[in-house]
Design a binder for this molecule. Structure first.
Ligand code: EPU
Length: 456
């Protein structure tokens, strides 16, 4: 890399990387070396919100330096929470003792593209009796409605008023326990229920809950705070409300999405990447698919090593809720599958618009056909949902350079990996989005030997 940045792994922590938006990437070189993953974006941001529920200061460890964390930090600060950096890198302390209401405009100004403001509802209702949600952002990967969230809050006794500014939620009589049956095991709606039920009067029974490892880690955080939560068979979670919660001290679960992304990068570029901090248990489903696609991995005490085990092979994959194959894993996997010998099928069943990123891969020489309403297949594991789509990837197709614009977080990561696997020099624009979920992304690429310049 010829930018202002020059790093070695030992100095990674101290370096600030350039806020590049446009990369010139020269591909055809395998990514090789070691990268570290920190706490999961999809736990850390929620655990930060949970700190609002405590009477005392919380400490969160292994917090990644990503923009989604910055957004939640600003939102907490707007609500009067003091967020203080700890002595150890990646540790923050959250002091909620000065929590106050904020205005729509303030919340809107700090929320950026994040969907996290919606999870402030329960804690703010308990604390202040009112919560405001501006228009929500997040990756453009489908409609991303919030009906499950609003229905759950109403079941707890909240009143939801919509206005041109956003949504105002109040609880003049406080919140009580509820029986909630989610139409789909939504991650966000499950978190909404957990963050609200822990201090609601009485018991809450949540059916058809999401059980992702990040949800289990959030339950662990809440239990440390004094919450009483039990996980029953068949996606049932019982929460007994308590009057008071205290701060927590917690080391976040590792980011299995980032780990899977680097694993796919090793596969796509024929590299060899050791992902420090990755653990096997939370990645069992990914590792099975990785192996079937021709990948080789070795689980160590401190991480997992990933590389090809021979020629890449086609696979049939359906994205699903945990313990299925995560929707966030399919984009980097599809890049690798363009190099597999034969026809792979990836069914996207969680979001209705998460295969759009493949058109840029076709521009780079891939052969990917998207079926917007899915395709019939006899070997499906999950039942069809009305919104699903399928991508049929025929390989191997050599990839060549292109000028592409990043559409969303995981799609964006995949474009960079595709450019690194391609022959020639590609231009990848709007790479700032990748910083939402990948810590020190450019530094890590540099460490792995990627050949690129920051040109804008
Ligand atoms: N849904 C509704 N109504 C709702 C909520 C969800 O219909 O009120 C639908 C969604 O439209 C979607 C499905 O339920 O079809 C699943 O959505 P879910 O609520 O589970 O997703 P989320 O909480 O919005 C989180 C992650 C996503 C990850 C999904 C699935 C965060 C901040 N985001 O989203 O992460 O893909 O769970 O695991 O935790 C990413 O990291 O790139 C990312 C998008």
């Amino acid at each position: 890399m010829k930018s202002a940045l020059s790093v070695t792994p030992s100095t990674q922590a101290a370096e600030k990387e350039p806020a590049g938006e446009v990369l010139a990437i020269r591909g055809g070189r395998p990514l090789t070396g070691r990268v570290e993953v920190k706490g999961a974006k999809n736990l850390v941001t929620k655990a930060m919100v949970a700190a609002l529920l405590g009477e005392t200061t919380s400490t969160l460890r292994d917090v990644p330096d990503i923009s989604d964390v910055q957004v939640v930090r600003s939102l907490l600060e707007v609500h009067g929470v003091r967020v203080i950096d700890g002595d150890e890198e990646g540790t923050i302390h959250l002091d909620p003792s000065g929590a106050v209401s904020a205005h729509f405009e303030e919340i809107d100004a700090h929320a950026g593209a994040s969907r996290i403001p919606i999870l402030f509802c329960g804690p703010l209702l308990h604390l202040l009796g009112e919560a405001l949600i501006p228009d929500l952002g997040g990756c453009r990967i489908g409609d991303r409605p919030i009906n499950f969230h609003m229905d759950a809050l109403r079941a707890f006794g909240a009143i939801v008023d919509k206005s041109y500014e956003g949504i105002r939620i109040t609880a003049p009589d406080g919140l009580h326990g509820a029986n909630i049956d989610l139409p789909y095991p939504s991650v966000g709606a499950t978190e909404q229920v957990l963050l609200t039920a822990v201090k609601a009067r009485g018991t809450t029974e949540l059916r058809n809950a999401a059980i992702e490892p990040e949800i289990m880690d959030l339950i662990a955080v809440l239990q440390k705070m004094g919450a009483i939560i039990s996980y029953e068979p068949n996606r049932v979670i019982l929460i007994e409300g308590v009057d008071e919660l205290r701060g927590y001290d917690h080391r976040a679960i590792f980011d299995r999405n980032e780990a899977a992304s680097w694993a796919c990068a090793a596969l796509a570029t024929d590299g060899d990447i050791f992902v420090g901090g990755a653990k096997q248990q939370e990645m069992l489903t990914f590792l099975n698919v990785f192996r079937k696609a021709g990948g080789w991995f070795d689980v160590h005490e401190d991480g997992i090593q990933f590389r090809r085990g021979g020629p890449l092979k086609p696979v049939v994959v359906e994205t699903d809720v945990h313990p299925g194959f995560m929707t966030d894993w399919q984009q980097p996997l599809i890049v690798a599958l363009t190099q597999a010998e034969g026809r792979s099928t990836v069914h996207e069943t969680v979001y209705e618009n998460r295969l759009g990123f493949t058109s840029a891969l076709n521009q780079m020489g891939a052969d990917i056909v998207v079926h917007p309403h899915g395709i019939e297949a006899s070997d499906r594991r999950v039942p069809r949902r009305a919104l699903e789509q399928a991508a049929v990837i025929t390989g191997p197709t050599p990839l060549h350079s292109a000028d592409v614009e990043v559409p969303d977080l995981r799609g964006g990561y995949s474009y960079v990996i595709a450019a690194l696997a391609a022959q020639g020099e590609s231009t990848v624009r709007n790479v700032g989005i990748i910083r939402r979920g990948y810590e020190k992304f450019l530094t890590k690429l540099d460490t792995l030997g990627a050949d690129f310049d920051v040109i804008g």
